[in-house]
Design a protein around this ligand. Structure first.
Ligand code: NDP
Length: 284
């Protein structure tokens, strides 16, 4: 029977240490500040933005939220990013994705100055991750690394399989595992015999976006299984990419959904904002 990895507890410990760090920064006159920009009314995005705002408040950070209309023009959004870029109270700028269709994501992400890009989606930061000389780590993959670390299972030399190759999860995830000397395979929708590949994994990360897609027969007994997915099942209940109930007897360690990767993503965002504030203070 797998040990369930408690993402809330791991994230709670990280937040506790961040809180102490923020208190000492504030005593030195620096309050880390995050601006979150939401365009349109996507219900899931609203929830994510609300959680980020709440986390800032709990840690005593400064946060600003901008709710822009669905039909916001590119010029208006870029002007806001430009204003926040020059604002010394703001150390991190996050534009919640996905954006409405008429707004080009690439242009928007590139408009955020790399030193305030706490999501680590700017091409400069993506490149830095690739070469292992990073300013910020992307929040979700970095959170996954913390969860793996919490199991005590070493990544070095292990077969690591990442299912999904998105720019925000799959690709950076593979890179972080590679930096820790895992033997990494990345799977996607064109992968043949997916189950054969996933069954090789000592460490399996699922970032597919399909409810209960990874079934018990696709898991190597004893594997560390990290479920990034956030989906709704047939009853509308939140669930991951892994069929948790069937995987539980086979995996060595497994993350639940909710309560696994999700809380870590937010904690890592806070960590990046604190790092951005510290870096800005060094420039003074
Ligand atoms: P994307 O839709 O951008 O990427 C999904 C990936 O899964 C693609 O690479 C796709 O392959 C691959 N895929 C789709 N179908 C299959 C299949 N049948 N077999 C193998 N691979 C397949 O999603 P994201 O990476 O943005 O997100 C993945 C999941 O993680 C979602 O559920 C999302 O909600 C969740 N998420 C959770 C976060 C958290 O904090 N917990 C943060 C970010 C995301 P291809 O490239 O070939 O199309």
């Amino acid at each position: 029977m797998a040990t369930i990895i408690d993402g809330k507890a791991v994230a709670g410990a990280l937040r506790k240490s961040l809180k102490a760090e923020i208190e000492s920064l504030k005593a030195a006159g620096i309050t880390p500040g995050l601006a979150v920009v939401l365009v349109g009314g996507d219900p899931a995005s609203k929830v994510y933005v609300g959680s980020k705002e709440k986390a800032c408040a709990e840690l005593g950070m400064h946060s600003e939220r901008y709710n822009l209309k669905e039909e916001t023009a590119m010029g208006e959004l870029l002007a806001l990013i430009g204003k926040l870029s020059k604002d010394d109270k703001i150390h991190g700028i996050l534009v919640q994705l996905p954006l409405p269709r008429h707004l080009d994501e690439k242009t928007v992400l590139e408009a955020i100055p790399a030193h305030k890009d706490v999501d680590a989606f700017h091409p400069e930061n993506v490149g830095r991750i690739m070469i292992g000389d990073y300013r910020f780590l992307p929040c979700t993959p970095a959170g996954v690394m913390e969860l793996i670390l919490s199991t005590g299972v070493s990544i070095e030399g292990r077969e690591c399989v990442v299912v999904g190759r998105s720019n925000i999860v799959g690709k950076p995830m593979a890179m972080l595992l590679l930096h820790k000397s895992g033997t990494v395979t990345v799977c996607h929708s064109k992968t043949k015999n997916l189950g054969e590949v996933t069954r090789r994994a000592d460490i399996l990360v699922a970032a597919v976006g399909r409810a209960k897609f990874i079934t018990a027969d696709m898991i190597k007994p004893g594997a560390v299984v990290i479920d990034v997915g956030m989906n709704r099942d047939e009853n509308g209940k939140l669930c991951g990419d892994v069929d948790f109930e069937s995987a539980l007897p086979f995996a060595g360690y497994i993350t639940p959904v909710p309560g696994g990767v999700g809380p870590m993503t937010i904690a890592m965002l806070m960590k990046n904002t604190v790092a951005a504030a510290k870096a800005a203070a060094k420039q003074l």
